[in-house]
Design a protein around this ligand. Structure first.
Ligand SMILES: Cc1cc2nc3c(=O)[nH]c(=O)nc-3n(C[C@H](O)[C@H](O)[C@H](O)COP(=O)(O)OP(=O)(O)OC[C@H]3O[C@@H](n4cnc5c(N)ncnc54)[C@H](O)[C@@H]3O)c2cc1C
Length: 433
């Protein structure tokens, strides 16, 4: 799960065209595509590249099951992952091994049929498998499943390898990556962005891209911008090598499982997460009610240490130590009892896992916005400031596409898809309506 280090202890650059805040998949991709468009880019990461969500995720690069508003960008992103993986000198575990959502009940099957019908016009290779086909895929013959939704072209990669490798591509393109360097504030000059104030000093720039993952809301609120983004903790485990008839990524109600490059499996449960009861949760609660209503059976609500902690309400100035320096890498404790049950579910699905024990578990703090699609674009009233955030639990797959779109919007190039659905102003418009 550990990401490799990229970066330098060299003196801070005095200026750049663009400063990107955050070294997850969103920030690294944005930096790469900006550099490919001739911009000088400095990326500041408070901890290490891909230290948070971007190395902790399951590694699914899927089009299947996505919201129709982000599917065109995801289709582009899937193409980019394939292209970028081919450019990388190292093996990041990228494989088009397919993804499958199993259906044990009629209700699950109907949900898959509905998604397929609603998104048929995108021309994907997603299709329904019969019960027999599903059995064959799982290497069983007990007809436990009524069928499945399957997309042969969906892919996987090892996040802890892939995002640092993406960062090295960006470095090779001229991006300056600076780890252990938190950006505290935006520096305004003559009514627009003049630079950023980091813990190590100021970098002058005309454009700033905030790609801070779960920290984006706090950063924006500190400069007076309300942004409805909350945090959800999600736990994962991995096993060592095992002989399981599972060549692609498989999702079922009780367990989601992905074969790893090292012969083991990354295992978790979709939607089984802890909604963090932080002060912002009360402020933005009405906007999150539909999501909470949908998932109340599987999602726990927790008022924990985050309430008064770094994701709580805070205010700081350019000379103060910011929350970003206090927590270099957000490393929440995994939910052991949930993971025990998840492992039992995995063994029920694949009895071959009976003698296989987990070798590592971890958790990640997912940033989520009310409509669960990315937020990409300029922040009104702060000329020169854009955000690339809110990837809402499925941003590893769409990350390169998100970075490309953000870079195109900043450079004024024709955008790869219509960015309207991703506008940061959509939440304030809704609140005002
Ligand atoms: C358990 C889990 C499973 C998931 N599974 C999948 C999956 O299978 N497929 C999929 O597509 N997605 C998945 N996701 C979601 C995906 O990982 C995220 O959507 C994506 O990684 C978010 O990327 P990001 O760059 O926006 O944020 P992050 O990766 O969180 O990066 C943000 C970075 O910004 C830095 N930062 C913040 N503020 C500052 C500051 N002021 N100064 C400097 N640096 C700062 C942070 O340190 C952090 O490194 C999963 C997520 C989790 C946690």
């Amino acid at each position: 799960m550990q990401a490799s280090r990229t970066g330098s202890d060299a003196p801070l650059p005095e200026a750049a065209d663009v400063v990107v805040i955050g070294g997850g998949v969103a920030g690294v991709s944005t930096a790469l595509f900006l550099a490919r468009r001739g911009r000088s880019v400095v990326l500041c990461e408070k901890g290490r590249i891909a230290g948070e969500q971007s190395s902790r995720n399951w590694g699914w690069i899927r089009k299947m099951g996505r919201d129709h508003r982000e599917l065109p960008l995801m289709i582009e992103s899937a193409r980019l992952w394939e292209q970028l993986a081919a450019e990388m000198p190292e093996d990041i575990g990228y494989r088009k091994c397919g993804a499958t959502y199993l259906a044990r009940s009629e209700a699950e099957l109907h949900r898959h049929v509905d998604w397929l019908e609603a998104n048929g016009h995108f021309g994907l290779d997603s299709r329904l498998l019969t019960g027999n086909e599903t059995d064959r895929l799982l290497g069983r013959n007990d007809q436990q499943f009524l069928g499945a939704l399957h997309t042969a072209s969906d892919a996987v990669a090892e996040p802890a390898l892939a995002v640092p490798a993406l960062a090295r591509l960006a470095e090779a393109q001229g991006v300056r990556l600076i780890e252990n360097c938190a950006v505290r504030m935006i520096d305004h000059a003559a009514g627009r962005i003049g630079g950023v104030i980091t813990e190590r000093g100021r970098i002058a720039c005309a454009e700033v891209v905030l790609a801070g993952g779960v920290w984006s809301r706090g950063f924006l609120e500190n400069i007076g911008v309300a942004f409805p983004q909350l945090a959800i903790k999600s736990s994962v485990l991995r096993t060592g090598p095992a002989m399981v008839p599972c060549s692609g990524a498989i999702g079922s109600q009780r367990v989601s499982i992905r074969p790893r490059r090292d012969g083991g499996y990354t295992i978790a449960r979709s939607g089984a997460a802890e909604f963090q009861l932080i002060p912002a949760a009360f402020r933005y609660l009405p906007q999150y009610m539909p999501m909470l209503r949908d998932r109340w059976q599987i999602m726990k609500i927790r008022a924990g240490r985050q309430f008064f902690g770094p994701l709580g309400r805070m205010k700081w100035g350019a000379d103060d130590i910011s929350p970003f320096e206090r927590v270099r890498v957000l490393d929440p404790r995994p939910d052991a009892s949930l993971l025990n049950d998840v492992m039992a579910g995995a063994r029920e699905l694949f009895p071959q896992l009976a003698g296989v024990a987990p070798v590592e578990s971890w958790a990640g703090m997912i940033d989520v916005v009310p409509d669960e699609i990315p937020v990409i674009g300029p922040i009104p009233g702060h000329d020169g400031l854009s955000v690339v955030t809110g990837l809402s639990g499925h941003g590893f797959g769409i990350g390169p596409g998100v970075g490309l779109l953000a870079a195109q919007m900043i450079t004024g190039d024709t955008p790869v898809v219509d960015p309207a659905a991703f506008s940061p102003t959509r939440f304030s418009r809704r609140a005002a309506a």
